[in-house]
Design a protein around this ligand. Structure first.
Ligand SMILES: Cc1cc2nc3c(=O)[nH]c(=O)nc-3n(C[C@H](O)[C@H](O)[C@H](O)COP(=O)(O)OP(=O)(O)OC[C@H]3O[C@@H](n4cnc5c(N)ncnc54)[C@H](O)[C@@H]3O)c2cc1C
Length: 402
């Protein structure tokens, strides 16, 4: 009989893995520590704004085929925006970037030249080693922050080069932004849980797995809180679809990766929202992107510095509203109702060391597999990477002989 798979973690990687197995008729149990699924990609109701917010607005691009296929398969809504990225500078000037090799070549071949240096960079090189100051400011720094959540002085040159090649060479389609108009939960998470339950999977929330027991190169039990022990039979498998630090706590060969923060401030401001496109890039400001959903304007800061992360929420709100107000022609005071979300461990720091030490999905235990945005997908740590890692782990489970 086909053995059960215990998937630990109900973020996008765990959901994608569990769904792939359940659809293939495999028995699945999903263990999630939090009271709900989604992990770093989640939605909540904020009582101050009285709106449903995402922890941070997430952007998907056309090239992210896996996460878009995941949404399609569960009936979740992701919508494409105009293929152009309007950018507004702090001095009020605006320009529009339409990503794609042809466009960039027409707009300034010199900005494109670093792509080849990034692609051919030695494994230890960082983005700033390969890109001159002017091209960095115009194109590569905003791209590096958006894609790798890591500043160019620390980010892996090769990882950015590979990702940029896909985005730019694919033209408008690959770089086209997609958003979740009803929120991340409705697009990527809640319908996945419903589908799993319909397929007969056992889904346990509020169940933190605290340890693994192994014998003769196999996982034989999962330990949960309150001294609960779940035995793992000979024909059963375990997939750890956890953030890297949580996976490391259970399986110590997972490397310790430094993490980077993302800070988002959500403002309920109908007039500001009406004055902007759904997505607006900011240059020369603390915030890098403005997102609009309904009457909420969200300002996002990738690779947020320690000062911003440590600052009181009211100070963060005031600082980021200044950026939004400047860009949208709104008054700096009074501050609209605001919710600040600081995700201190948003993604790994995507350095050369990260890029070269990410582990693959297999472990030294025959029935234990790893998934998560930080595993060796070859992609940045993103939704798309998380989904692909989950699918990959599911394929290995299916091929595995007890
Ligand atoms: C603010 C923010 C903005 C982002 N923006 C973007 C974006 O624009 N585009 C993009 O593609 N990506 C973006 N990302 C990255 C994206 O959210 C992640 O790459 C993705 O969600 C990671 O999914 P995952 O399943 O690998 O991990 P996680 O989402 O971290 O899931 C792991 C799950 O494991 C659970 N867990 C932890 N420990 C245990 C345990 N011991 N037992 C049981 N369960 C446990 C956690 O509660 C969690 O639910 C952003 C992330 C953040 C935080």
């Amino acid at each position: 009989m086909t053995g059960r798979t215990h998937v630990v973690g109900a973020g996008l990687a765990g959901l994608a893995c569990a769904l792939a197995l359940a659809r293939a008729g495999r028995p699945v149990t999903l263990w999630e520590a939090a009271p709900r699924a989604g992990g770093r990609c989640r939605t909540f109701h904020d009582p101050v704004l009285d709106r449903v917010l995402d922890n941070g607005p997430h952007l998907v691009v056309g090239a992210n085929r896996a996460v878009r296929a995941h949404a399609r398969a569960i009936g979740g809504r992701l919508e494409p925006l105009d293929a152009a990225y309007p950018l507004r500078h702090a001095d009020g000037t605006t320009r529009t970037v339409r990503p794609g090799v042809r466009h960039l070549a027409a707009g300034g071949r010199r900005d494109l030249a670093p792509l080849w240096r990034l692609l051919r960079a030695p494994p230890g090189a960082v983005v700033a080693d390969c890109v001159g100051a002017a091209a960095l400011a115009r194109l590569w720094e905003p791209l590096c922050l958006a894609v790798l959540n890591t500043p160019p002085a620390a980010a892996s040159a090769r990882l950015l080069g590979r990702t940029a090649a896909v985005l730019l060479a694919g033209g408008g389609y690959a770089a086209r932004p997609w958003v979740a108009p009803d929120g991340l939960d409705a697009a990527l998470v809640a319908p996945a849980v419903t589908d799993l339950e319909r397929a007969g999977a056992h889904v346990h929330f509020g169940q933190r797995i605290t340890g693994l027991a192994t014998t003769d190169g196999r996982v034989t039990a999962l330990h949960a809180r309150n001294n609960t022990c779940v035995s793992v039979g000979r024909n059963e498998s375990v997939v750890l679809a956890l953030p890297a630090d949580a996976a490391r706590a259970l399986w110590p060969t997972v490397p310790a990766f430094h993490q980077r923060a993302i800070v988002a401030a959500h403002f309920r401001d109908a007039a500001g929202a009406a004055a902007m496109p759904p997505l607006l890039g900011l240059t020369g400001a603390t915030g890098q992107w403005l997102f609009r959903r309904g009457d909420v304007v969200s300002v996002v800061v990738s690779a947020a510095g320690a000062d911003l992360v440590a600052a009181p929420a009211a100070d963060v709100a005031a600082r980021l509203w200044t950026d939004a107000a400047n860009a949208l022609g709104r008054a700096a005071t009074p501050l609209p109702p605001c919710r600040v979300v600081k995700e201190r461990r948003a993604t790994p720091d995507q350095t050369p060391a990260f890029a070269t030490t990410r582990p693959g999905p297999r472990t030294t235990c025959a029935n234990l597999f790893l998934a998560g945005d930080w595993t060796a997908t070859g992609l940045p740590a993103t939704l798309d990477g998380a989904v692909r890692s989950g699918w990959h782990a599911a394929r290995l489970v299916r091929r595995n002989r007890p």
